[in-house]
Design a protein around this ligand. Structure first.
Ligand code: NAI
Ligand code: MG
Length: 326
């Protein structure tokens, strides 16, 4: 069966790393139909819209989407795109690779971040000159959906359950509901869990990341703590992510448009290529996904490497080396 893959490079180095990931997917000779579409600052300049309707519709109908990055318009692009695929969980692996200088080389974590609510519900008000407010929304249904995903995620051989990160000692209603719902679903499925307060998690993951494996968090905590983990593993050029919905999904590097190096052809394509490996696994191409992961790991270890990792290779050199190792 042909799978339709939406390709949305966006701005800055998105224009460099997204074609690199597509080249890797093409080298696997799978029956994919790639359809490219615009989003971001450049198309806004041209048309007045950062996310043209046709791009939204494409993401909402394609089997999977590969997105690069958008500049100033990032929030206007990525939040609706996540909504287009009805993404309820953001999967963010943070893994240190051999050959990469990492603060904590033993780090190997996956964050499963709630992707629809919490403090990112958009319910903010400026009541008076002095007072602004924000409504934090946590629902049983979204917490349940996340927990069911987490139970399935850990059901393979590699995991012993998951950690629930929350701050229910202070946010008793919202994080209380989150914690109790996630724990309830895990108990029903016979999945082991432990619980960590989110501030304590920040310290513990820095001191000893090996005590964590799969981490289930509310939206804001997942956003912040996964960036913290990025710092432990050697930087943004390496971190992929997957926004998973019930019927489709969107894959993107965690990094942005990197205006300081955009146009120079030296962006590290690894984060986007690992995101493409996650796309392969999502569509059921497990063997091909493993091949891409292995080729990226071998290239990070033996080179060539882009300047962010201390090398002097171009995006193209690294991409070619990964394709050669497939
Ligand atoms: P950034 O991730 O673009 O860059 C931060 C630093 O990391 C820069 O020094 C950059 O050169 C480096 N870097 C990032 N990715 C790299 C790669 N693949 N290879 C080598 N070096 C890499 O974050 P920044 O500078 O905060 O934001 C720049 C623009 O990107 C802003 O306009 C922001 O709105 C946008 N952005 C978009 C995102 C998205 O579309 N999902 C996410 C984050 C930022
Ligand atoms: Mg973030």
């Amino acid at each position: 069966m042909t799978h339709e893959i939406a390709v949305i490079p966006g701005d800055g180095i998105g224009q460099e790393v997204t074609p690199a990931a597509v080249a890797v997917l093409e080298a696997l000779e799978i029956d994919f139909e790639f359809v490219e579409a615009d989003a971001g600052d450049a198309v806004k300049e041209e048309t007045g819209e950062a996310l043209p309707q046709e791009t939204y519709d494409l993401a909402a109908s394609a089997d999977a989407t590969l997105f690069g990055a958008a500049g100033d318009t990032a929030a206007d692009v990525i939040l609706p795109l996540r909504e287009a695929v009805d993404s309820f969980v953001n999967v963010r692996p943070a893994k240190a690779y051999p050959g990469v200088d990492a603060v904590r080389p033993e780090t190997d974590l996956v964050f499963l971040r709630e992707n629809t609510e919490g403090v990112y519900s958009g319910l903010e008000d400026r009541l008076t000159q002095d007072v602004s407010t924000l409504t934090r929304v946590v629902t049983e249904s979204a917490s349940e959906r996340l927990a069911e995903f987490a139970c399935e995620y850990v059901s393979g051989d590699d995991h012993d359950g998951f950690s629930i990160v929350h701050k229910a000692n202070v946010m008793r209603e919202t994080d209380g509901l989150f914690r109790d719902t996630v724990k309830g679903v895990a108990d029903e499925n016979g999945v082991e869990t432990d619980q960590v307060l989110m501030d304590a998690f920040a310290t513990r993951v820095c001191l000893d990341p090996e005590q964590f494996d799969v981490v289930v968090c509310p939206n804001l905590a997942g956003d912040v703590l996964s960036d913290l983990a990025a710092g432990l593993v050697g930087g943004l050029g390496l971190l992929p992510s997957a926004n998973i919905g019930p019927d489709r999904a969107l894959f993107e590097p965690v990094h942005g448009t990197a205006p300081d190096i955009a146009g120079e052809g030296v962006a590290n394509p690894a984060a986007t290529i690992i995101s493409a490996a996650m796309l392969l696994e999502y569509l059921g191409y497990d063997e091909e996904s493993d091949r891409v992961h292995a080729a990226v790991e071998a290239t990070l270890e033996d080179g060539p490497r882009t300047p962010d990792l201390g090398g002097d290779a171009s995006t193209g050199d690294v991409t070619d080396a990964i394709i050669d190792r497939l």
